[in-house]
Design a protein around this ligand. Structure first.
Ligand SMILES: *Cc1c(COP(=O)(O)O)cnc(C)c1O
Length: 430
């Protein structure tokens, strides 16, 4: 199959599964020729302004010279070596970077291949900690809030929202976890203590079963694009301390500046016991994730039987990915990311607000470099992609949610075209 004819696209349609698609009746997948800066070029010639940052990850845009350079340089010395019994500079530099940047006391790092695996690792840490501390009476359940998304592997799925996470399909094989309603108070709403009552009640009543609480701090991503009040997160931290339960923060979507803080936990001034990062860790170049924990967790695990932490992916600490992550972190810290994120926040706020006049639109919300237009009715996934492409933008909604989280380097002109394009598409919906 040559690249100039597009018969490979037809092959894709017939043989290749894309995320959450029906192989016999797939929604369209548009062939990409290249991507650079904040644009994606299709094989069919269209150049699209990217609203998705490839699912939260491409914070510096595509084809970035410094990230390219970091990978090329690393490639000259080694692409990969096993992490069992060997170590290397890119992984150690990354560990140091993560320990320095993340909230206090997260001093121990486990590197893995993807966000879902980082969540499995976090859950395993909590379980091993609990069996060390509690022995035979180990607390084995996890408490979480509805509307969350933590990945697609089994442990991660068990703490995703029971409805959007399709628990019914896997009910008999999924670990049964404990759920409470998500907080009602939105990010900039007025906090009422009553919003924490359910969590408090369930945690204190069932703490003898619960080893950890897991949640996405402040922003629930793929489970509903919902922004909740920082005081809720503060109360969760306090309640975990009072009830002697670990707190796992899943910052795979929110980490590295997306919400206006480097990590979303900073909105509430809290630190979790275990933290997951991924997605934008490599600036969207390759799959890499990390799970960090504090000394309470690490020494708890060490003091139990067997004392080893029982996980070890083949591609753990991949040098190419680590070198890229270090370059991405360096770029982020040297850039004016806070000014960029608040510039994007302001422009999105003004632009999306005007869409409330369309009858298809239920509400709009913006936090940091994340914008959401919530519709009354789910979009038609078979036709909506083409509508956005006609507007020269790349936006991929799900259900009733049209949302964007563009690369931080998107300029005002590009962002304006992105917002106008969304407006044009939603104005035509019913
Ligand atoms: C995307 C995501 C995951 C899963 O990461 P993958 O790399 O897709 O496995 C987990 N948690 C959150 C909050 C995410 O946004």
């Amino acid at each position: 199959m040559s690249d100039s004819d597009l018969s490979w696209v037809d092959y894709d349609t017939r043989h290749v599964w894309h995320p959450y698609t029906d192989i016999n009746n797939p929604t369209p997948a548009f062939p990409v020729k290249s991507a650079s800066g904040c644009t994606i070029e299709l094989q069919t010639g269209e150049i699209l302004i990217d609203g998705m940052a490839s699912w939260w990850s491409a914070i510096h845009g595509y084809n970035h010279p410094q990230l390219n350079e970091a990978i090329k340089n690393q490639l000259e010395s080694m692409a990969h070596v096993m992490f069992g019994g060997l170590t290397h500079r890119p992984a150690v530099d990354l560990a140091q970077n993560l320990i320095n940047l993340t909230p206090d006391h997260l001093d121990y790092v486990f590197l893995s291949d993807s966000g879902s695996v980082a969540v499995e690792v976090a859950l395993k840490m909590a379980l091993q900690y609990s069996s060390s501390i509690d022995g035979n009476s180990a607390r084995q359940k996890v408490l979480t809030i509805r509307g969350g998304y933590h990945g697609d592997t089994f442990g991660a799925m068990s703490v995703c929202d029971p409805i959007t996470g399709m628990h019914s399909l896997f009910h008999s094989v999924l670990p049964q976890q404990i759920f409470v309603d998500r907080p009602e108070t939105q990010f900039d709403g007025t906090w009422h203590e009553s919003d924490f009552e359910q969590f408090e009640k369930v945690l204190s009543a069932r703490k003898h079963e619960i080893c950890a609480v897991i949640l996405e701090p402040i922003v629930q991503g793929a489970g509903g694009m919902y922004f909740y009040h920082p005081t809720y997160l503060k109360r969760v931290r306090e309640a975990c301390d009072r009830n002697d339960v670990l707190l796992i923060a899943d910052e795979i979507a929110t980490g590295f500046g997306r919400t206006g803080k480097l990590f979303a936990c900073e909105h509430a001034g809290i630190a979790p016991d275990i933290l997951c990062v991924g997605k934008s860790l490599t600036g969207g170049y390759m799959s890499l994730a990390a799970t960090l924990c504090n000394e309470r967790v690490s020494s708890g695990i060490s003091s139990g039987e067997p004392g080893l932490f029982m996980h070890g992916p083949t591609f753990m600490g991949n040098p190419l990915a680590c070198a890229c992550a270090n370059a991405s972190i360096d770029l982020l810290l040297k850039s004016n990311w806070q000014a960029n994120v608040s510039r994007i926040e302001n422009q999105l706020s003004i632009g999306l607000e005007t869409m409330n006049r369309h009858k298809s639109v239920k509400s709009t919300r913006v936090l940091g470099a994340i914008g959401v237009v919530e519709l009354h009715r789910p979009v038609d996934m078979h036709s909506i992609g083409t509508e956005f492409i006609k507007q020269g933008i790349w936006v991929r909604p799900f259900g009733t949610l049209v949302y964007v989280m563009p690369p931080f380097c998107i300029n005002n002109l590009e962002l304006g075209r992105l917002v106008d394009g969304i407006g044009a598409v939603v104005s035509k919906l019913h």
